[in-house]
Design a protein around this ligand. Structure first.
Ligand code: S3P
Length: 442
């Protein structure tokens, strides 16, 4: 499918976005080891979360989908079953890395397979600590890293460790904490920089003893069954909302209200960056449960370039592509420092975004050791590639709303990884005719 964008003179409306992908993964994985039935409602039925749902099914967990709700019949902490076949993670890095944590504590072998793009992504970052805890993990070794398919044989109990990951990664932190459920003592992760905290929030909500201090989080092993809370309600995904928020900030005559969005502080950092750039954006917590949720309101603004320092990068890791698009509309230059992690996402996002924005006429240059500088640019429509990456496709689409003439995004169907109806939603708030899609002819 290709998407076609034209300059939009306006962007107005009140919207919701799909349920949070990161929280859905965690809810499905943890519900599978609870006692009783958990309704995950609404769940993100995006491609990545479907892979996690299939993963838990493959481990013998009962799942039933009714409309936007998934009912997971947990098998308890000791009840997961050895899979009869390989467990397919598709393109979902979160499914693979978090499942490694869960499987590290299971006394059986499982094989995790993946699409070619996920097979290129680094897995040593989870294999290393989980091996230290006692799991056996094999993959395709290269001089640089370990890659899928992975074979993992867990053990129970695992050895409790204190781990300081060499990269600031919520997936690595989560894999170690999940494994810690089956460890012989308290398991601690000391982070280099803050990352999203959904795993520790959900573990605490489910009754697991979790202690947090600065950049350190510890979980105690669980010695009694964990009862299901009955229902885990998933808020809208702020990382999906980010594309619409930036669109409303940079398109003239725009006002968007986004309701029921997750407002977890570890996911809100991109809004702070946008505010520093001068965006008129506000958010209000309306329900402060295990994950806070509420409303975000954004109106057209005049933006100015800022520096996003290395320490903030892990907190905006998924919003960097859309912030790069925003930077094209900002006066001056926006610097993103140390963005090397962008190279190991679904595609090399540093390359896909620099190439796409440059084709649209933007000035994107290397900055320092592994940073990028994006200068204020007048954009012109062009043909650009998604490289199969959902966030690249959606970010270039938003840039296309500013460009003179037509922007064509090739391979736009990849948005189904997180936000299947993105183009319909964008069309519903943009000027008539600004957004359309054409499905490839066979
Ligand atoms: C995620 C963590 C981030 C993020 C990914 C989802 C998670 O990855 O980019 O989209 O759900 O924990 P890293 O942990 O590799 O930074």
């Amino acid at each position: 499918m290709d998407a076609f964008l034209r300059q939009s003179s306006t962007l107005t409306g009140t919207l919701t976005v799909p349920p949070d992908k990161a929280i859905t993964h965690r809810a499905l994985l943890l519900a599978s080891v609870l006692e009783g039935v958990t309704e995950v409602a609404p769940w993100s039925a995006a491609d990545d979360c479907r892979r996690t749902l299939e993963m838990v099914e493959g481990l013998g967990v009962g799942v039933e989908r009714v409309g936007g709700v998934v009912r997971v019949t947990g098998r308890g902490l000791q009840g997961l079953r050895a899979p009869a076949a390989d467990l397919w993670c598709g393109e979902s890095g979160t499914t693979m890395r978090l499942s490694c944590g869960l499987l590290a504590g299971q006394p059986f072998r499982a094989r995790l397979t993946a699409s070619p793009s996920l097979c290129r992504r680094p897995m040593r970052r989870v294999a290393e600590p989980l091996t230290r805890m006692g799991a056996e993990i094999q993959g395709t070794g290269t001089a640089l890293d370990l890659h899928p398919p992975l074979s993992i044989h867990g053990r129970r109990p695992l050895t409790a460790i204190t781990y300081r990951p060499p990269v600031a990664s919520a997936q690595v932190k989560s894999a170690v904490l999940l494994a810690g459920l089956w460890a012989d003592g308290p398991t601690t992760v000391d982070e280099l920089a803050p990352t999203r905290d959904h795993t520790e929030r959900l573990l605490a909500h489910l009754g697991v003893p979790v202690t947090r201090r600065d950049l350190s989080v510890t979980i105690a092993p669980v010695t009694r069954p964990l009862p299901s809370p009955g229902r885990l309600t998933i808020p809208g995904d702020p990382s999906s909302a980010a594309f619409l928020i930036v669109a409303a900030a940079i398109v003239p005559d725009a006002r968007l209200v986004l309701r029921d969005i997750g407002l977890n502080p570890t996911r809100m950092h991109f809004l702070q960056v946008l505010q520093r750039m001068g965006a008129s954006v506000e958010w209000k917590v309306e329900e402060d449960g295990w994950e806070p949720r509420g409303t975000i309101t954004v109106t057209s603004s005049r933006l100015t370039g800022v520096t996003v320092p290395a320490r903030e990068i892990p907190l905006v890791i998924d919003e960097l592509p859309i912030l790069m698009a925003a930077a094209c509309a900002a006066d001056g230059v926006t610097m993103f420092e140390e963005v090397g992690e962008l190279k190991v996402k679904e595609t090399d996002r540093q390359h896909s975004m620099a190439e796409g924005l440059s084709r649209l006429g933007a000035s994107v240059t290397a900055h320092g050791r592994s940073g990028i500088a994006v200068a204020s640019s007048r954009l012109r429509g062009a043909v650009v590639e998604s490289y199969g990456d959902h966030r690249t496709a959606m970010s270039l689409a938003v840039a296309g709303l500013l460009a003179e003439g037509e922007t064509r995004i090739r391979g736009a169907e990849c948005v189904s990884k997180s936000f299947g109806d993105f183009f319909e939603v964008l069309a519903s708030v943009a000027a008539p005719g600004a957004v359309r899609c054409e499905v490839d002819k066979p």
